[in-house]
Design a protein around this ligand. Structure first.
Ligand code: PLP
Length: 387
């Protein structure tokens, strides 16, 4: 591809972000009361795991996503592992997810000594394919009773399929209603990895609220950030209570006594991080509007170029967390990565597929046709809020 095309793309991104300096892929933005809230933590000394911002931040995310309960955690990875544990995943079980994801999804499964099964994603939404899921289940599992409960077992390995974890890639929702139906049919608990999709809706419902539980991330590169942090979403009050209890060392509430009734986790988010999160949530609509405007500018620009811009799938409103463009072939894509990064415009390829990483190389997978195409031909381009 002519280097003028590469030059034109880089110039357009520079014009969009109005700078000659380094352009990151996704930088945090602080538009509101962040400093005020952080100062109030310091002035009150409530910088650690207790404080009003923890409750207020949970409530803000709960109301925004429409989940019955939102429980804040130190990060998304451990929140996902806890969600899988609560969904009943045990050592030796199998958990279905997608090969195209950030390693945290697969790690969260591995922490429980369970085995990930990597299936393909859809071309239209880059997320776990309902078609691939149905196809794999219909040819690989049988339903059996175990301890009086009907469950789904892999005919080849004999292992139980204990959960399914779709991930809404780059903020683009999967066909999650179809995935819900398939999981119901096969009695597989559904836990959504919605780490990248705060602000993304499918048929009007927020991602992360369709399954038994959903997990968000507030890592520094996400749509909003708490420095580091995550949130567990669920629609069951009793389960929500249990999650809160477990993430706070399973401490039995008492004004002075330290008593614990089971093995809990220290997943509490400090008040200081929650303060940042609350201030960020107060501007979520403004941030998302700005990001959609950026996506629309990219869409218009790439409509005149020999390279496609990836747009939100049908029935979905995406947060356009990370914008992506599609090259015809890998060699050209790699040349563009080199060129743009040398020009100090940060771009990056999608993750290596999980089944190609050494620790997951023996995992079961399907043909992964779409995943391989995305892995070879896609590039993420700068997607930060434009000031
Ligand atoms: C798909 C996906 N899952 C899980 C995570 C883990 O979140 P965290 O970094 O908060 O642990 C991330 C992002 O970091 C992610 O992109």
């Amino acid at each position: 591809m002519a280097s003028t095309t590469f030059n034109n793309i880089v110039s357009f991104i520079r014009e969009l972000y109005a700078t000659d300096e380094f352009i990151p892929l996704h930088a945090p933005v602080f538009l509101g009361r962040e400093k005020e809230y952080l100062n109030s933590c310091i002035e009150s000394t409530f910088v650690s795991s207790v404080g009003k911002f923890v409750d207020d931040f949970e409530l803000a995310v709960q109301q925004y996503t429409g989940a019955k309960r939102a429980i804040v955690t130190m990060n998304g990875t451990n929140a996902l592992s806890l969600a899988l544990n609560l969904a009943g995943v045990r050592a030796g079980d199998e958990v279905i997810t997608q090969a195209l994801t950030f390693v945290a999804t697969a790690n969260a499964i591995a922490y429980l000594h369970a085995n990930p099964v990597f299936l393909d994603v859809d071309k239209e939404n880059l997320s776990l394919s309902a078609t691939a899921l149905e196809m794999w289940l219909s040819t690989n599992v049988i339903m059996k009773e175990e301890n009086g409960v009907e469950a789904c077992f892999n005919v080849k390995t004999g292992k139980r399929i204990a959960a399914c974890v779709p991930m809404h890639t780059f903020g683009h929702p999967a066909e999650i209603d179809k995935i819900v139906n398939i999981c119901d049919k096969y009695k597989i608990p559904l836990v959504e990895d919605a780490a990248e999709s705060l602000g993304s809706f499918y048929k009007g419902q927020h991602t992360g609220t369709f399954g038994l539980m959903g997990v968000l991330s507030f890592n520094g590169n996400k749509t909003i950030t708490t420095g580091g942090g995550g949130m567990l979403l669920c629609n069951d009050e009793a389960l929500g209570k249990k999650i809160k209890h477990l993430t706070t060392q399973a401490k039995v509430p008492h004004p002075w006594k330290f008593n614990h009734d089971e093995i809990g986790y220290n997943l509490r988010m400090p008040n200081i991080n929650a303060a940042l999160g609350l201030a960020q949530m107060e501007n979520i609509d403004r941030i998302l509007e700005n990001k959609r405007e950026t996506a629309s500018r990219y869409k218009d620009f790439f409509s005149t170029m020999p390279i496609d811009f990836f747009t939100e799938p049908e029935n979905a409103k995406s947060n356009y967390w990370l914008n992506a463009i599609i090259f015809e072939e890998k060699a050209e894509r790699d040349e563009f990565l080199k060129f743009s990064n040398e020009e100090m415009v940060m771009t990056r390829p999608p993750w290596e597929l999980m089944n190609s990483l050494p620790m997951f190389k023996n995992a079961q997978c399907d043909a992964l046709e779409n995943s391989k195409w995305i892995c070879d031909c896609f590039v993420n381009i700068p997607s930060s809020y434009r000031l």
